[in-house]
Design a protein. Sequence first.
Length: 343
Amino acid sequence: MEYVYVTLIAAAVWGAAAGVLVPRPVYRMSVEPGEAWRTACPAGHPITGPARGWLGPARCPRCVPPVPVRPAVVPAGAPGTGAREVPGARGGAAGSGVAAGRGGVNGPGGTEGPGGVAGSAVADGPGGAAGAPGLGAPGAGAPGAGPGGADGSEGADARGTAAYRCPLLVPAATALACAALAAAVGPRPELAVWLLLVPVAALLALVDRNVHRLPDQLTLPLAAAAAVLLGGAALLPGAGGSWTTALLGGPVLGAGYLVLFLVNPNGMGFGDVKLALPLGVALGWYGCEVLFLGAFAGFLLGAVYGLGLVVLRGARRDTAIPFGPFMVSGTLVGLLLGGLAAG
């Protein structure tokens, strides 16, 4: 029993650590077809690190906004401020510093002018008043506000396809997926294969969600890697699947998706056909029944999501949705069922 808990914890830690590294390649690969992979953060700083910048957390250290230092509030009329005291202003709100009448003082060292904020004697960021064109604090949303971008989020992409940051949801999802696989499969050799494939599958799902694209640089090598790794697992004692059915599962599922693509090219992308190859290899490991259940689960999840868009957001029936995330999710469901059945 203790060994089972150790396996679960180790799988969850692996999933979380791998999930932290996923958002960086997701950001770099979330580009339109024909465009080169991103080599710089949204602010233009080069992405560096191991493996030519592909490994590392999704956060540019040069884009971290400095902590703004809030200047001390100086009472109106204090010596050296350049502001004149207003009769009767001592009983007003603290820090208002606004003279009654025309041409009142707006803060330390100056009168209210264009872009200033009446009623505030404190600048709203380093060296700039709130509302002044191009002088907002980082992330304030004003033009030229700094690395935070126009929407106030650090590292936001101008096109909104992918932000150069690591949301906690990604490592949490990969950790949960790896722990679930460890619980279903147990200490069998194929568990190591599934744990290695989870981060790549998450990467493909996120890229497809961002730009409706499944890069060939990942899908085709993933099919070969899955076949080779499962071949090694089949040689070890205690394996719970068949390498022969795994090799057949890839072409079978790929052929099924190819038929759907030829029947309705607008409803199925050719990238989905290529992704079906590695997913079919993984599902075929546990037999034809699991292969069918995993494929069906993917279509079911996609149909539920599409119906939700139609009902809740008024989307049309022909609205394009990325199908890669549902293919990956359906495969995870199939592997969990297959692992439980083999146990």
